[in-house]
Design a protein around this ligand. Sequence first.
Ligand SMILES: Cc1cc2nc3c(=O)[nH]c(=O)nc-3n(C[C@H](O)[C@H](O)[C@H](O)COP(=O)(O)OP(=O)(O)OC[C@H]3O[C@@H](n4cnc5c(N)ncnc54)[C@H](O)[C@@H]3O)c2cc1C
Length: 470
Amino acid sequence: MPPPSDLRVIIVGAGLAGLIMAIMLEKAGIDYHILEQASRLRPLGTSISLHPVILDIVDQLGLLDEMVAMSKPLRGITVLSSKGRKVGRIDTRSKKQKRGHQAMVMSRPDLHELLLSKIPAQKLTTGMRVLGMTETQSGVLVTCADESTFFGHLVVGADGAYSATRRIMYSDLKMQGLLPEADKTPLYVDKQCVVGMTCPLDPVKYPVLLDSGCEVKVLLGKDQHTSMWILPLQGNRLAWCVGGPDPQMMMQDTGSGRSSPSNHSHGSGRQSPPSSIGRGRQSPTSSGRNSPQDWYPETAVEICEDVRNFKCPYGGSVMDIIDATPKGLVSKVLLEEKMCCTWYHGRIVLIGDACHKIVPFFGQGASQAILDAACLVNMLYDLPSRSSADLTAIFKSYVEQRSGPARVASDSSREFADLIYDQGFKADVARSIVLRFTPMWLLRMITGTTTGIRPGLTFLPPPTGTGKLL
Ligand SMILES: Cc1cc2nc3c(=O)[nH]c(=O)nc-3n(C[C@H](O)[C@H](O)[C@H](O)COP(=O)(O)OP(=O)(O)OC[C@H]3O[C@@H](n4cnc5c(N)ncnc54)[C@H](O)[C@@H]3O)c2cc1C
């Protein structure tokens, strides 16, 4: 059944979630408009991986060949000590040898640019910071910071971890006494990273760049809480990430400021990391923590000093790699988490990081955002009418389908972050056991699925089945 005529969707945010949603709506013949707060879309971030679980969707959207061309298949993860001693390796292909069951690793800026190139210019307005929403009988009037207004029959909040859409929706629910307690807590954060992507490097100096696959090298700092990841990307570039516990959070941990894991929505009951950072440096997050600016380059560099003496697995110094990174491609990242209970209200619904902020390991954030968008657009295509009741019915069923898998993705990403970053004897033992007997949750997280089920877009012809990752 085709969607109701003249259905119009307002998407807030032109991140990966908003852009992929727009591409799907375009294919479904549903009218939409994207409002993005940034006046210029700066392609930021480092590597991102997309799970095989989304391959049928990108195939149906006609994006698969371009994505395969810009990515490398994930082959494995080698964990080394900071001195270069091998701690262990996870073969990410071991349980899923079937064609197409490998994650694709690519540059996030490249992916963002690819998706952006598919959006007709007149469907995206930049410099539009959404501030307010007023629901009427027939739709929602969205107001931006410059007082311009946009009308849609529904609003999709794809505006990331610090979603204004969520804030607006939650303040309304709170006033009505309908907001669950769990949704009143702020995002949880106890780790931070600096990420970057080098300019193209010389493959003679770094022969690893010539490999067709991607082997991630993780360098573990000893007793200093900082680790480094390095991985090769297409285009002779290396992506890297230097990270560890957030010093401010560690200091707060001894005081009163920290939200305890039991407050925390993922509810895994894990223990706090050891609160012993005490190296006297200022937290780079002290003025801007929990700010949407966290991915931006300006505050990024200090933490990199911690890895100056790490042994580079490709020869030379790890600082050579950091130094070969253009300033604009370095970003500071807080590894926030939040699994929201409430994903919709009235004619407003959330997707991506706006409703489930997952620590960014192995592209769970991006893959889950794509799955959200696919599920929602499938339902919008079959929407019987533009009435509020019909929208509520599909939003309810969207959340029923998506919240469980998103929670699994969030929990397994957190387990993996703890596995890599936690320090001390117990953490060392746990790490060596896990690396030797790779548990199912870890493989499922890295490869995206153990069942082989790949959701699709029900309104498009079936995938061509060329999920050809080598
Ligand atoms: C700059 C950046 C770099 C990243 N780099 C990596 C990476 O290297 N590796 C990784 O695994 N993950 C990375 N991520 C996270 C990953 O992209 C997301 O987890 C995933 O793609 C889902 O994102 P999203 O589209 O839901 O939210 P986001 O990617 O956060 O996009 C939200 C968008 O909404 C816009 N927005 C916010 N508020 C408003 C408002 N009030 N009005 C209008 N627009 C608004 C934002 O400007 C942004 O463009 C990065 C995210 C960002 C923002």
